[in-house]
Design a protein around this ligand. Structure first.
Ligand SMILES: C[S@@+](CC[C@H](N)C(=O)[O-])C[C@H]1O[C@@H](n2cnc3c(N)ncnc32)[C@H](O)[C@@H]1O
Ligand code: SF4
Ligand code: SF4
Length: 330
């Protein structure tokens, strides 16, 4: 995809699950009225016009399929299909054949479904019976030929189960599997759940082994993508650089604007403030765009791209950004 400005939009906090690792804080029934959502959408269009860019919206939550306004938002996006593409990030458990057909009619770029490992650990993290419900949801999406990606959030309990996720993806004809690390945040905030340095290195190695096996066997579905922080250290591919504040903004369920859901520093609220003005003038967003390199990384040959790795994890641990990623081996 040509570079687009990405808006991660948490439509509401309402969810039918209560996952062990979830960063949400209250799982409340906060749903802004449709008029407010429309206003936020128009602010995103204004920002795109001023930056002369196309946009992409990741619609998420909570669980977006619990949100009463989801399809009305998709109606808005459909009218602007030349300007804005979209994806839906869902837990997959509410996807039926009818829902999948309806989503398909809006031509999503992809649908992301979360899975946390084999049956036992997935159900421990996501709740009883979810493993099977997720498979049913994925089947409906694939029956509609929707590009489907599995998201695996790696923590100390599940990171060794990545191969099981790849196996599952293959069984259910999923297009892609990607993964990033658990961030100790919100309700689930538990540094014990976070992988330490050795575990992080082992996790990256496991991911790379799975990716290489698929490549060697020339398997088309699934692919394993490794374009998140530090993953280039295994693949020798290009280094990932976090785009939060630059070409990524996130809107929370109450209209708060943050650089990224995993870096929950509120820079304003779109019910009172204007998205483009905040983007242009907010000191934190300006600082993020300056791509400051942490002191510990200045000698590193990858620093121009990597900028210190997973900034949201650094922020969660130290409450500032001037540190090297705890999982980095350099
Ligand atoms: C908040 S969920 C919203 C969409 C949907 N309800 C789902 O579960 O996929 C989006 C993604 O964030 C991940 N996530 C939740 N809490 C997290 C945390 N503390 N650290 C990193 N990722 C987290 C989830 O595993 C999921 O893949
Ligand atoms: S990770 Fe997704 S499904 Fe799980 S509680 Fe959070 S919002 Fe709900
Ligand atoms: S030293 Fe810093 S910039 Fe270099 S790879 Fe590690 S985290 Fe990234």
């Amino acid at each position: 995809m040509v570079e687009r400005f990405v808006l991660q939009w948490h439509l509401g906090e309402q969810c039918n699950l209560k996952c062990l690792h979830c960063y949400q804080e209250n799982h409340k029934y906060i749903n802004l009225p449709f008029n407010d959502l429309q206003n936020i959408y128009n602010q995103f269009k204004e920002l795109l016009a001023k930056l002369k860019m196309k946009g992409h919206i990741n619609i998420t939550g909570g669980e977006p399929l619990c949100n009463p306004h989801l399809f009305k938002i998709l109606d808005l996006i459909k009218k602007d299909a030349d300007l804005i593409s979209f994806s839906i990030l869902t837990n997959g458990t509410m996807v039926t054949p009818e829902i999948a057909k309806r989503i398909k009619s809006y031509n999503p770029y992809y649908v992301q479904v979360s899975l946390e490992g084999g049956k036992k650990i997935n159900n421990y993290i996501r709740g009883k019976n979810t493993y099977q419900q997720i498979a049913l949801g994925i089947k409906c999406l694939r029956d509609e030929d929707i590009f489907t990606s599995i998201s695996f959030t790696a923590n100390r309990l599940n990171y060794k189960e990545f191969p099981k996720v790849v196996k599952y993806a293959r069984k259910y004809d999923v297009n892609n599997v990607w993964s990033d690390r658990y961030i100790p945040l919100g309700d689930s905030c538990d540094e014990e759940l976070m992988m330490n340095y050795d575990e992080t290195r082992e996790y990256l190695k496991i991911m790379d082994e799975e990716r290489s096996k698929l490549l060697k066997k020339k398997i088309i579905r699934p692919t394993v993508s490794m374009y998140r922080a530090l993953q280039f250290q295994m693949t020798n591919d290009f280094a990932y650089g976090c785009t939060a504040g630059e070409t990524l903004l996130t809107v929370m369920e109450n209209g708060d604007l943050v650089p990224c859901r995993r870096m929950p520093i509120v820079v304003g609220n779109l019910l009172q403030d204007n998205m483009y003005d905040l983007y242009k003038n907010n000191p934190l967003l300006k600082e993020l765009r300056m791509k400051k390199i942490p002191d510990e990384c200045t000698e590193c040959e990858h620093s121009e791209m990597c900028h210190g790795g997973l900034k949201c994890l650094t922020y969660a641990l130290y409450k500032n950004l001037n540190h090297k990623d705890v999982g980095c081996n350099l």
